[in-house]
Ligand binder design. Structure first.
Ligand code: ATP
Ligand code: MG
Length: 386
C-alpha cells in the first residue's frame, strides 16, 4: 500500500495499492570473449516499473541498456551470454501455476515453453531497426497474424480482425490493402508502426521499447512516440523506453534510469533528474545539451564534472566521504570498509526518490538504503501533470 503522488509531488487523497509490475534485482550478465576476460555487460542493475509507468533508460552506447531489456525476455544468446547474478521479478499470469505466493515469477528462471507464454504476450518488445525484425519473405499480415495466433485462442478470421484493428490503432491507412503487402513496400515509419501493431496486438502489460524511433526522421519519431503514449494511456500499459535522446526522456518518461558501464549511476523522477542531476555522468550528459540562445565554445567533458565531488558530499544521504561511483576512479581509500571488496559499487538513495551509484564505503554501508522503487510516482498521464 502506498500513498499516491503525482510527478509534481502532490499527494493524492486516497492511498492506492500499487505493486511493481517488474523488478530487476541485481542483474549481472556477461559475455564470453574468446581468450580474453569475459565482458561484463551488465553488473548489478536494479530498476522497477509500475503499471502504467514509463521508465526511460538512458546512457551511452554499450552501457548495457539492450542487454538489460533482452535479459528480461531471455533473448540474450547463451552462450556467449551468461546470467551471473540477479532476478527479474514479473507479476505474471503464470504465478498461480508456478506456485508463487506473491504473484511474481522470476523471468530469468522460466523454462522456454513458459517464457514463450510471457514473450510477445504479457511483455512485448520493439527493436531499434524494424527491418531486421520483420521477415522480408512474408507479408506484413502473415507476421501480425502469426503473433496473434501464437498467443491468443482465436481462429484465423478473428485473428485477421484483431490484426486489422491493431493496424488501424497504430495509424496505418487502408489496413485491408496494406495487410497483404511485404515489409519492403512500407516506409521506415510505417514499418515501425507494423512492429508496434504486432507488439500491441496481444495487449501486453509491459512494452520494452528499445530505441523505437532512432532509425526514423525527427517528424516521424515524434509521431511514433505520440502514438505510443496514446496507446499507453488507453491501455494502462507500462513501458521501458530505451533511448539516447534526452528530449524524448523529458517528454515521455515518468522515471529515468541513467546507466554507465553496466551499472545504474542515477535513478530518479524525470523532474528531479532534470532539475537536480547528482551523478557527474548525468551532469555531463545534461551539460552537453546545447541550449537555445546559449553560446558554448566547447562542450563540458564528463571528466571535468567528475573531478569535483565536494558538492556531492553535502547531500543529506551522501555525507562526508561518500563519492559517486565512477569506473575510472579508485574508491576513497580512507573510508573503504575493511570487509567490503575494494571498488564495490552501491546504489544509494541520497535524497527522497533519488538514487545515485556511489562507492560502497563504511559511510555508505551504515546509511539506511532501499532499492530504487518509485511507487509514489504515478504515470503523468494518469495525474494530468504536464
Ligand atoms: N551477443 C553478444 N556477444 C558479445 N557481447 C555482447 C553481445 N551483446 C552485447 N554485448 C556487449 O554487451 C555490452 C552492452 O551491450 P548493449 O547492447 O546492452 O549496449 P546498449 O547500451 O544497448 O548500447 P547501444 O546504445 O549502442 O544500443 C557491450 O559491450 C556489448 O558489446
Ligand atoms: Mg542497445
Amino acid at each position: 500500500m502506498a500513498r499516491a503522488t503525482s510527478t509534481s509531488g502532490a499527494v493524492a487523497d486516497k492511498p492506492v495499492a500499487v505493486e511493481p509490475l517488474i523488478r530487476v534485482q541485481d542483474l549481472a550478465v556477461s559475455f564470453d570473449n574468446g581468450s580474453g576476460p569475459r565482458i561484463q555487460a551488465v553488473d548489478g542493475v536494479r530498476m522497477s516499473i509500475y503499471p502504467g509507468q514509463t521508465l526511460a533508460v538512458v546512457g551511452e552506447s554499450g552501457c548495457g541498456k539492450s542487454v538489460t531489456a533482452m535479459s528480461s525476455l531471455q533473448l540474450v544468446p547463451r552462450p556467449p551470454g551468461r546470467f551471473d547474478r540477479g532476478s527479474v521479478w514479473f507479476r505474471s499470469r503464470l504465478a498461480g501455476e508456478l506456485g508463487s505466493s506473491n504473484g511474481e515469477v522470476d523471468l530469468l528462471r522460466l523454462d522456454e515453453p513458459r517464457m514463450r507464454q510471457v514473450r510477445g504476450n504479457e511483455i512485448a518488445m520493439i527493436f531499434q531497426e524494424p527491418m531486421t525484425s520483420l521477415n522480408p519473405v512474408y507479408t506484413v499480415g502473415d507476421q501480425i497474424l502469426e503473433a496473434i495466433l501464437l498467443h491468443q485462442n482465436v481462429d484465423v478470421d478473428q485473428a485477421t480482425e484483431i490484426a486489422l484493428k491493431a493496424m488501424r490503432d497504430v495509424g496505418i491507412p487502408e489496413p485491408e490493402r496494406r495487410i497483404k503487402q511485404y515489409p519492403h513496400q512500407f516506409s521506415g515509419g510505417m514499418r515501425q508502426r507494423v512492429m508496434i501493431a504486432m507488439a500491441l496486438a496481444c495487449r501486453p502489460k509491459l512494452l520494452l521499447a528499445d530505441e523505437p524511433t532512432t532509425a526514423l526522421d525527427v517528424t516521424v519519431q515524434a509521431q511514433i512516440l505520440e502514438l505510443l503514449r496514446e496507446l499507453q494511456v488507453s491501455r494502462g500499459m507500462a513501458m521501458m523506453l530505451i533511448t539516447h535522446a534526452l528530449g524524448v526522456v523529458a517528454e515521455n518518461a515518468d522515471v529515468v534510469c541513467v546507466m554507465y558501464a553496466g551499472r545504474v549511476v542515477e535513478y530518479a523522477t524525470v523532474l528531479e533528474l532534470f532539475d537536480r542531476p547528482l551523478h557527474p555522468y548525468t551532469r555531463g550528459l545534461l551539460a552537453s545539451i546545447p541550449k537555445l540562445g546559449e553560446r558554448k565554445d566547447r562542450l563540458v567533458t564528463i571528466r571535468e564534472v567528475v573531478e569535483n565531488p565536494a558538492e556531492f558530499e553535502k547531500l543529506p544521504g551522501a555525507g562526508e566521504g561518500v563519492r559517486p561511483w565512477w569506473p575510472w576512479h579508485q574508491p576513497p581509500k580512507d573510508l573503504a570498509a575493511k570487509d567490503e571488496p575494494a571498488g564495490d559499487y552501491y546504489l544509494q538513495e541520497v535524497s527522497p526518490n533519488h538514487w545515485v551509484g556511489v562507492w560502497r564505503t563504511a559511510a555508505v554501508r551504515d546509511h539506511q538504503s532501499r532499492p530504487p522503487d518509485l511507487a509514489y510516482i504515478l504515470p503523468r498521464q494518469a495525474t494530468g501533470a504536464a
